[in-house]
Design a protein around this ligand. Structure first.
Ligand SMILES: [Fe+2]
Length: 610
């Protein structure tokens, strides 16, 4: 038997495919990177084809194909919810019936259309897929497991224990009581999109004060000492309609939701700070409970709420854990990987990939396609794009670092694409963190996104402690830590004054202002030479030239666009923005030397704003 298992997540948001062989992760990618539709929920045909091509295997060599969610359980939840809300939930029920008996019943047909035949299809429970996605790749033989999301089938939060090849999920919190949906309700109320705007709400929180936290605790959610909770569902609209919140919620918070793209006021900043604080409190209680329940000193986490890196940072600092591993593709895309790993380890008994060095087995999450020199050269020839090839890796890194030190903004495509929502130095836009104007330049001229949003630092792992109050690795940009006190600069204007964020934002806050948020925090990525040598070499060269081991690392895309995948995607994004330099593997392209892109004036209509 080949041991190849293909995992699939699809139909909700962030469809993805992952291929595992005998417990070894071979490849994983989100469909959006190929289809160029952000959070693409469609069947991941392109991602599946990529996974098979990467492994040079035919569909007939797959031992199993696994779907990450049990459609019957999901239908059970939707049907029972609709009955309990009748007649109000009728519309949802009809839609769910169409989904289950239409699309979901066609899972096998969809798979057969890609693979050429109907395979042996297995399903995992949704939260088991999340649990498997964080436990099996973790460096721990034994760990407490916590998965927290909006909802998957009935569960919104699962607590369990992983030992060797076995995962046992012992407790769960069930729909409609959901920490993910509570956070999403505030996301929607503050005028951001659900399933993508949660990051913005988290980024907004440091501008505010948690003045609404007591109102949330007293009215919306009853939290018990073990972290379990109960929502007062009479304030929410998601049970019987398409709105996250209802009139009662709006009355509780003194007015209607903020309209998308309208100015952000102090109210939204304070609401963001309030729901963020309540979320952190619940996460800390859940962590304390699951570690006490299992007696474990290690914790692994997944589910969309595990992408809340501010909460994760507090878990890291305050929970007293020995080990913490968070799946970087913590949302539903990671369910494809979890489903494949679950079948591989628990049903096919593949051994775990536990090394002696206490490293995870995700290979830095660099699990997507790479494009070699020949492919890049062929593209550049076709495009007739002026470029400079630098074969020597150290010389190339030095040239890129010199451009960064000179204030240039650099688009970088190198190696295998990242799996999960973060760019980790394979599909990244890079900048100099020491400049006060880098943040607004990159937000407004390059990413075309809201100016308040912070950027993240990538730092040489060995120098992380000299810039951040952080112990250990943070390779996946999933932990927020404070910038060290001796690097902070006191701000003359209080972050809590007025509605206008720009004067606050433009104050220098540290000697790396572009990656220091207004509360002196940073969402850091530690980079080591073994996992990501090309990116490490750029950081090292920047350090050698400037004495600063930190650079700005943000995803290579514009607002509303999926992160770039191919050299073509990267070139197009480079030409549409005010980036100065593009690196495609061993080739450097200067904007000043490029002819304009023909017929591309209307590109902004291509992507729906997120
Ligand atoms: Fe989920």
């Amino acid at each position: 038997m080949s041991g190849h298992v293909l995992g699939i997540s699809a139909y909700y948001h962030d469809s993805a495919a992952a291929l595992v062989q005998s417990g070894v992760i071979l490849s994983a990618a989100q469909e959006e990177r190929f289809s160029r539709k952000k959070h693409d929920p469609r069947f991941p045909a392109k991602a599946i084809n990529y996974c098979l091509e990467e492994a040079f295997i035919q569909a007939s060599e797959l031992e199993a194909v696994v779907f990450y969610d049990n459609p019957l359980l999901t239908f059970d939840r939707i049907a029972k919810n609709a009955v309990s809300m009748a007649p109000a939930g009728k519309e949802q029920f009809v839609e769910a019936c169409r989904a289950i008996f239409g699309v979901k019943a066609r899972i096998l047909d969809d798979i057969a259309a890609v693979l050429g035949s109907k395979p042996r299809l297995l399903v995992t429970d949704h939260h088991m897929a999340h649990a498997a996605s964080c436990f099996y790749p973790s460096p721990y033989d034994e760990a407490a497991i916590l998965t927290v999301d909006g909802v998957g089938e009935w569960a919104t939060c699962s607590l369990g224990h992983g030992r060797g090849n076995e995962i046992e999920l012992a407790q769960e919190i069930r729909y409609p009581h959901s920490l993910g949906l509570l956070y999403s309700a505030f996301t929607a109320y503050c005028g951001f999109k659900v399933n993508s705007g949660e990051y913005k709400l988290m980024g907004l929180a440091p501008y505010g004060q948690p003045t609404y936290a007591d109102r949330i605790r007293d009215t919306l959610i009853d939290v018990r000492p073990d972290g379990s909770f109960c929502l007062d569902t009479s304030y929410f609209g998601y049970l019987d309609g398409h709105m996250m919140t209802n009139d009662r919620f709006h009355a509780l918070f003194d007015g209607p939701p903020r309209q998308a793209e309208s100015p952000i006021s102090r109210k939204q900043m304070d609401l963001a700070a309030s729901i963020q604080l309540v979320t952190e409190e619940i996460m800390l209680k859940l962590v304390a409970h699951v570690t006490a329940m299992t007696g474990s000193r290690n914790l692994v986490m997944a589910g969309g709420v595990a992408l809340n890196c501010v909460a994760n940072g507090r878990v890291r600092r305050e929970s007293g854990l020995e080990g913490l591993f968070i799946q970087p593709a913590a949302g539903d895309a990671g369910g494809a990987l979890g489903a494949a790993l679950h079948v591989s380890h628990q049903l096919l008994h593949a051994p775990r990939q536990l090394g002696t060095r206490r490293r995870d087995s995700l290979s830095g999450s660099y699990l997507g396609p790479a494009f070699g020199s020949h492919e890049v050269a062929a593209f550049l020839d076709r495009q007739e794009a002026p470029h400079h090839r630098i074969d020597d890796a150290a010389e190339r890194a030095s040239a890129i670092a010199a451009a960064l030190a000179d204030g240039k903004v650099v688009g970088f495509l190198g190696g295998r694409m990242e799996f999960g929502p973060r760019a980790l130095g394979s599909r990244s836009i890079l900048g100099d963190p020491r400049r006060a104007d880098t943040q607004s330049t990159m937000n407004i001229k390059i990413k075309f996104r809201e100016s308040f949003r912070p950027f993240a630092p990538a730092v040489l792992a060995e120098h992380a402690a000299s810039y951040f109050d952080h112990v250990g690795d943070s390779p996946y940009m999933l932990l927020v830590a404070p910038v060290r006190a001796d690097r902070q600069i006191a701000m003359t204007r209080s972050v809590f004054d007025g509605d206008d964020m720009l004067p606050i934002l433009n104050q220098p806050r540290s000697d790396i202002p572009a990656v220091t948020h207004v509360d002196y925090s940073a969402r850091l990525q530690t980079v080591d030479a073994e996992t990501k040598p090309d990116f490490h070499a750029i950081l090292q060269a920047f350090y050698d030239q400037t004495g600063c081991p930190v650079i700005v690392n943000t995803s290579f895309n514009v607002r509303g666009e999926p992160i770039v995948c191919t050299p073509q995607d990267a070139y197009r994004c480079f030409m549409r923005t005010e980036m100065d330099l593009l690196v495609l593997e061993d080739c450097l392209l200067w904007k000043s030397e490029q002819p304009p892109l023909e017929g591309d004036q209307d590109w902004r209509t291509e992507y729906e704003l997120d």
